[in-house]
Write a protein that binds this ligand. Sequence first.
Ligand code: NDP
Length: 468
Amino acid sequence: MGTSVRDGASAKSANMGDYASSLMTAVKAKNPAEPEFHQAVEEVVESLTLVLDRHPEYRSAGILERIIEPERVILFRVPWVDDSGEVQVNRGFRIEMNSAIGPYKGGLRFHPSVNLGILKFLAFEQVFKNSLTTLPMGGGKGGSDFDPKGKSDHEVMRFCQSFMTELWRHIGPNTDVPAGDIGVGGREIGFLFGQYKRLANEFTGVLTGKGLNWGGSLIRPEATGYGAVYFAAEMLKSRGDSLEGKRCLVSGSGNVSQYTCEKLLDFGAIPMTFSDSNGIVYDPSGIDREKLAWVMELKNARRGRIKEYADKFSGVKYEAWDPRLDHNPLWSIEGQCAFPSATQNEINVNDATNMLKNGVFVVSEGANMPCTVQATKAFLDAGILYGPGKAANAGGVATSGLEMSQNSMRLSWTREEVDARLQQIMVAIHTTCFETAAQYGTPGNLVNGANIGGFLKVANAMMDQGVV
Ligand code: NDP
């Protein structure tokens, strides 16, 4: 017997708790083996019960049932030949989740862990995030289980060309505009754009995160990290506090982590940590601009491991990642602010407990869904300043939106202009989350604020556009 999400949640007269739980039962049955997708949907559905109580029309129109079903999923073979002449085959994906308020927009992730469920969770979150930016962008996400680590530039190029040879027919400046994510930086965007241009025979803003000489926007590389710090500053401001002198934990050492660190230094805060999939470094004296420049060179040019930081600078502790541990030692370091900027579910409930015990009272999520459900609950229960990813890391896609505007107008704004717009957008997102949380009876709960704030605009557009 087929399970329709509508069947699972059909009892319209059922109370909201029953409605939410039957909806989740149906989501799990229909999307088996996709735990990250279930997790992302569950969090949003929980927040939205507050809205559906007040607006039964969304429930009658099946908005939730439609918003959790991708408009289109594209899955394809990506064959390529490695440097030793061997044929390799990866799997490519693009999830076109929701186009109610604009063309699909969201990054491409190249990482061996990539699968359908992970990309669906990311695409689902992207719908709400893009709505929060106030810009006209729908939600999408894509990528491949290809691992760029350890590959030569030529191998990465051949892979990107093969990937785009299928993807190009599904995307376009008014249809779907991908960007970077884990494993997809400036190098990969360049190869992807080159192949798109060759196949489509046109030069358009079909990807964001492009190089500055060929349609990219100033501040796009910096935007996610800068935005997460602007969001933290706003959260602190709401309690009459600031980032000045705060000791900060940053995870990851890629794009988001590096520019989080840079902006923290601008605000007079003290970033102390970085990590990668092999281990963590803790520099109690703080990561200054000189050390950060060294990390950028290590990660973006030499593509080395973060352990080398501990060999290079004195007084630094390195701890190799031990998968048998039930916690991540990075989150046991004393500090006041945390910027998880690596990957999903990197903070579990043990980590959250350690963080609260060691003085963390600000969490601004640069990564997407870095906290497990229980960790999120621990932060919300503790009443700390907790900025969920779909709000706190929206600066990246917002600046992608600004890149699209500049491409359409065929002009480039200055660094100061883009940064000022980014800052305004992050302030506006914080205001939306803060005010919406209060309006729906959960003041200070920015998870509810972000989920509801992001949902309303998309839901109203879907109501206007009929059952599509
Ligand atoms: P990068 O590839 O530049 O960096 C990712 C970093 O996280 C690397 O240090 C990587 O280590 C580490 N990492 C990745 N996966 C794992 C893992 N499974 N376990 C441990 N460490 C891991 O990616 P970004 O900085 O772009 O992305 C980081 C996060 O931010 C992701 O959650 C992404 O979705 C989110 N994000 C990114 C945006 C952007 O504009 N780039 C926008 C919004 C959100 P290693 O090198 O060893 O793999």
